[in-house]
Design a protein around this ligand. Structure first.
Ligand code: UD1
Ligand code: CA
Length: 460
């Protein structure tokens, strides 16, 4: 009912991924670790980690260093964390990861290495690399990309037969190499037997003193082995994030990808450029999303809904044929055939039942709202409202006495008059009524009408 991208089977060759995430990320100018910044509502690290879990036949390894505690906590038990301290370069980072392999009974046949600041590379791309390595038995199969803007990437030097001879870092390029359009995004699949002994041959870079992973290409060539490459046809897939401009660029690329997927699945987006849907949200076909709408977190939207304009749904479960205009719904459930808005807010823990009507400037928090009506300018907190109840304009549940939050129960068919204050804990019985401006401090029995301040039953 809620189509997402198809889940592919893991690769057949035993493969383990290593994600390098120990670097400092200075250019983000942030107290938060770079890889924990969000792209499409999901941390960069989570993007690459979930892709890697898909392609790795055993739990990936994450190399951590800077802000290690934050990053380790974010990884949780999804991968094996290894500490790199000090950080002596990308080659050194992989050497340090060896420790996580030694804990295994058997070394995997393939090791995929990628950088944590590249969240948008697709699992399919890693699988292609993995297949190329398996077929060719090359010590290294790597991804390259053609682009006129090198963004500081290492250049790919090819030999006459098309094999890769070297990766030259931009700072070390000759003028001729500087002009090479084929770039190294930093995505590699290694022969798992070859890698570990080859790493020992890397010498510290004479300029920077770091161990460069990219030197393995020349090491393989010096052993007479050929290095294979796949050219990516999608530059967007290999965007690396170094600063907040890159972060916004990556978010825009991901947004396009997500929006396109929803449109292909039958969702109408009136203006995709102003529609913000998190990677984790699901939307059923024949729903229309109007401009400037944010569908965030684990939101699920049913079919035939009209959402927006200017609405925000976060972790909301929305049934079919729901209309939400200029409103906010967070951590709540709204069942089918409900109308909300404009300008209403449904807060945490609320469940609006099928067929309810919620008009403008209505707020609900932790409320069970039956098939009832709340037209305008009202607040319900910690309330339970039965079917066919009517909440008059200006009704307020006084649910907080300064210490505790207290419940209000409004039973089926009750009619709460305009501007009533319901001082909780309190109950309005079945088909009971309150007069305009009533301040209700005691439970009202079924079928009675109470008025005044404090409210009292009217004499018949
Ligand atoms: C690297 C590549 C370059 C490529 C570019 C693509 C090398 C020597 N160069 O350069 O060819 O075009 O990426 O973005 O590999 N890291 C560690 N430990 C370290 C150093 C780095 O974990 O000691 C991690 C960083 O957190 C980062 C990744 O490795 O996620 C890449 O490191 P970075 O310093 O950004 O490499 P670049 O200079 O960009
Ligand atoms: Ca980088």
């Amino acid at each position: 009912m809620y189509p997402t991208q198809p889940a592919d089977a893991p690769t057949s060759v035993p493969t383990r991924a290593v994600i390098l995430a120990a670097g400092k990320g200075t250019r983000m100018k942030s107290k938060l670790a770079k890889v924990l910044h969000l792209v499409g509502g999901k941390a960069m690290l989570d993007h690459i980690l979930s892709t890697m879990i898909e392609v790795s036949t055993i739990a990936p390894v994450v190399v951590i260093g800077h802000e290690a505690d934050q990053v380790r906590a974010a990884v949780g038990n999804r991968a094996d964390c290894v500490m790199q301290m000090p950080q002596l370069g990308t080659g050194h980072a992989v050497m340090v990861a060896r420790e996580a392999f030694e804990r295994l009974a058997d070394f995997p046949h393939q090791v995929i290495v990628c950088y944590a600041d590249m969240p948008l590379t697709r699992a399919e791309t890693f699988r292609k690399l993995s297949a190329l390595q398996a077929e060719s038995q090359a010590p290294i199969a790597l991804l390259t990309v053609m682009n006129d803007n090198p963004r500081g990437f290492g250049r790919i030097v090819r030999g006459g037969n098309g094999d890769v001879l070297a990766i030259v870092e931009e700072v070390a390029c000759t003028p001729e190499q500087f002009r090479i359009r084929e770039l190294n995004p930093g995505v590699y699949c290694f022969d798992g037997q070859w890698l570990w002994q080859a790493l020992q041959k890397i010498q510290p870079n004479p300029q920077k003193g770091e161990y460069f992973l990219t030197d393995l290409v020349e090491i393989a060539n010096s052993e007479g082995r050929s290095v294979k490459a796949i050219v990516s046809d999608d530059i967007d897939e290999v965007i690396g994030i170094n600063n907040r401009v890159d972060l916004a660029d990556a978010a825009a690329i991901l947004r396009k990808r997500i929006n396109r997927m929803h449109m292909m699945n039958g969702v109408t987006l009136i203006d995709p450029d102003s529609t913000y849907i998190d990677a984790s949200a699901m939307i059923a076909p024949d729903t229309t999303i109007l401009p400037n709408t944010h569908i965030l977190g684990n939101t699920v939207v049913g079919g035939d809904c009209i959402i927006g304009p200017n609405s925000l749904l976060r972790n909301a479960i929305i049934g079919e044929r729901v209309q939400i205009i200029q409103s906010v719904i967070e951590d709540s459930q709204v069942d089918e055939d409900v109308k909300v808005g404009p300008f209403s807010r449904i807060r945490t823990g609320t469940h609006v039942h099928a067929g309810a009507y919620i008009g403008n400037f209505a707020e609900m928090k932790n409320t069970q709202f039956g098939k009832a009506v709340m037209g305008h300018f009202s607040y319900l907190g910690d309330a339970t409202v039965g079917d066919k109840a009517n909440i008059g304009c200006g009704t307020i549940t006084c649910n907080f006495d300064g210490v505790n939050k207290n419940p209000t129960i409004i039973e089926e068919g009750a009619f709460v008059g305009s501007d009533s204050l319901l001082v909780a804990p309190v109950k309005i019985g079945k088909k009971a009524r309150t007069g305009a401006g009533a301040v209700v401090t005691k439970d009202i029995p079924a079928n009675e009408t109470w008025v005044g301040v404090p409210a009292k039953p009217i004499k018949k």
